[in-house]
Design a protein around this ligand. Structure first.
Ligand code: PEP
Ligand code: MN
Length: 339
């Protein structure tokens, strides 16, 4: 059940409703919207009886939730969640968020050379894996803590916000100390203990869709994170597995309006993993922006042919500049702007 507070409800009234929900043995999730605060309730096995709450001061109405997810749905919050990372960088607002950088942090020099170019091109967020979930145990696994330290230096030197992946509970601990956004990769979308840990993290989470996950499964995975109290989740479409063999994955752009219909969470698109081929990345970036995505996460490497992972799908800096120019022209059509 959702408790919709009145538009003029006070902080004290909201707190009192939360306390009443706690006294019933449940967990309250107050989520402010543009017009009013809604309070989601979790932890109940049976439907919650509205009478105990309806009569409290400031309560507008109690509405049953029709979906299996309670906190990620638009029923709870009409307006799209904006995740403010500070310094004028936000995901989910009017501005398109472009996250760019190498698949993996390979060395200080590689990270700095790429960061210098993506920052000069206009990106405000930098990506790069320090913990890499690789298909083969013999492939480069990432620099771990050293990679995080390099990313922290990149943040200082170039003023970029850092997005990097955590692959287990231990790495969440590390990543939340160094990064601005914790990425959870496609392979871990249903790693429920990791999702719960990320739900207790103090950083926003970028949750990538599993490569065979339905939309409901993606939303339920996000629900795990919100249900632990971390309401700052960004969804990401990164391609799903189909019979097609002209791409690494099939980028399912129809999921963008589908998410926007069902959920208040922002959704961005990864055209790099979504295609696996450099020559398709710019076209699919244009398409993602046209479809209404809140942003992109794009792999860029200063020398893609030398990359230790995903070189085939990494843009070089000049191609990334072209990408930004082109989406910069499409953005205004959708009422959006570039940073
Ligand atoms: C990545 O972003 O480098 C990555 C491993 O992506 P995915 O989890 O989508 O495969
Ligand atoms: Mn990659």
């Amino acid at each position: 059940m959702l408790v919709m507070m009145k538009a003029n409800a006070t902080r004290e009234e909201i707190d009192a409703v939360c306390r009443r929900i706690e006294s019933m043995g449940y967990k309250p999730h107050p989520i402010p919207g543009s017009t009013r605060t809604a309070i989601g309730i979790t932890g109940n096995r049976e439907p919650v009886e509205p009478v105990a709450l309806e009569s409290l001061p400031g309560v507008g109405e109690c509405v049953p939730v029709s979906k299996p997810y309670k906190l990620v749905g638009r029923e709870l919050k009409e307006d799209t969640t904006v995740i403010d990372l500070g310094d004028g960088v936000a995901i989910g607002g009017r501005q398109l968020a472009v996250i760019a950088g190498p698949c993996a942090v390979e060395s200080r020099e590689q990270a700095r050379l790429t960061a210098a170019r993506v920052a000069a091109a206009g990106a405000r967020l930098f990506r790069g894996g320090a913990y890499k979930p690789r298909t083969s145990p013999y492939s480069f696994q990432g620099l771990a803590r050293e990679g995080l330290e390099i990313l922290a230096e990149v943040r200082e030197e170039f003023g970029l916000k850092i997005v990097t992946e955590a692959i287990d509970a231990e790495s969440v601990e590390e990543v939340e100390r160094y990064a601005d956004v914790i990425q959870i990769g496609a392979r871990n979308m249903q790693n429920f203990s990791l999702l719960k840990r990320a739900g207790r993290a103090r950083r926003p989470v970028l949750l990538k869709r599993g490569n065979a996950a339905t939309l409901d499964e993606l939303l339920m995975a996000a629900e795990y994170i919100l249900s632990e109290g971390n309401y700052r989740v960004i969804l990401c479409e990164r391609g799903i597995r189909t019979f097609a063999d002209h791409t690494r994955n099939t980028l399912d752009l129809s999921v963008v309006p589908a998410v926007q219909q069902l959920s208040h969470l922002p959704i961005i698109v990864d055209p790099s993993h979504g295609t696996g081929r450099r020559e398709k990345v710019i076209a699919m970036s244009r398409a993602a922006v046209a479809a209404g995505a809140d942003g992109l996460i794009v792999e860029v490497h200063h020398h893609p042919e030398q990359a230790l992972s995903d070189g085939n799908q990494s843009l070089d800096p000049a191609e990334f500049e072209q990408l930004l120019r082109e989406i910069g022209q499409i953005a205004p059509v959708l009422g959006r702007s570039m940073a």
